[in-house]
Write a protein that binds this ligand. Structure first.
Ligand code: PGA
Length: 260
């Protein structure tokens, strides 16, 4: 567990107007000001990125993207490259979200995207997670395969540009009661770090923040942070309301104090 904490807002395909997006971004930036020491990142839909950047130039809320092309340039209609995101001032890119994997994104594409992001100097937020938990530990193989493949092109020094967001698919988009229990998260976090350390060594693996995502709300954030062996959250629906997002940030801020 590192002392740095991250709370990342994944807006998905919301809100549906430019005015709504810039208002939400500005409101989250105000909320983020109360969470000193927590790295807060908002990932609006691609089309709203530049206006969000324009309306808020402060440092308390960083800008992230929800996806990126696996190519640096060329004939790829409709795609947005990592250098384009970098030139806009985007610092973080979510890669391999389960909703993109469900649309056919392959392990190879995810690995190529991660490479693009880190080679461009941005930070990749690699999402991993199983569909279901079974009694035979098959889900552990799923997680291992997702991590090993995604990191195949990442060098040791580039690990400082990587965040892993563990998001069990069965816990996404529900309520706090359906989220993962902290003790299970603790085990899973150790397992994720073990896989990373097999390739890069123990010391390097400790540099990689491990986040949890899947129905994080103000009511479960505190126990997940204190018992889940995690370095923060990837937040979906609760990031669309400054009030609910603020409740999560409050827990993160309290947790920073107890870690130092
Ligand atoms: P949720 O989404 O917080 O709404 O469960 C998390 C995510 O899919 O990133």
């Amino acid at each position: 567990m590192s002392k740095r904490l991250f709370v990342v807002a994944n807006w998905k395909m919301n809100p549906d107007s430019l005015g709504g997006a810039t208002k939400l971004f500005s409101d989250l930036a105000v909320t983020a000001r109360t969470a000193r020491g927590v790295r807060v990142v908002a990932c609006p839909p691609m089309i709203w990125l530049s206006e969000c950047k324009r309306v808020y130039r402060g440092k308390m809320l960083a800008l992230g993207a929800q996806d990126v092309s696996s190519h640096p340039t060329g004939a790829h209609t409709g795609e947005i490259s990592a250098p384009m995101l970098a030139s806009l001032g985007v610092g973080y890119v979510i890669v391999g979200h389960s909703e993109r994997r469900a649309k056919g994104e392959t392990l190879e594409e995810i690995s190529a995207k991660i490479k693009q992001v880190v080679q461009t100097g941005l930070t990749a937020i690699l999402c991993i997670g199983e569909h279901a938990r079974d009694d035979h530990g098959e889900y552990l193989h799923v997680l291992r395969a997702q991590i090993v493949s995604a990191l195949s092109g990442v060098t040791g020094p580039q690990l400082s540009q990587l965040i892993v967001a563990y998001e069990p698919i069965w816990a996404i988009g529900k309520t706090a009661a359906d989220a993962m229990k902290p003790e299970l998260m603790h085990e899973t976090s150790l397992y994720i770090r073990k896989i990373i350390s097999e390739k890069y060594g123990f010391d390097q693996s400790r540099l990689v923040p491990v986040l949890y995502g899947g129905s994080v709300e103000g009511s479960n954030a505190e126990t997940l942070l204190s018992q889940g062996e995690i370095d923060g959250f990837l937040v979906g629906h609760a990031s669309l309301s400054p009030l609910s997002f603020g409740a999560i940030l409050k827990c993160a801020q309290a947790s920073i104090k107890s870690r130092s």
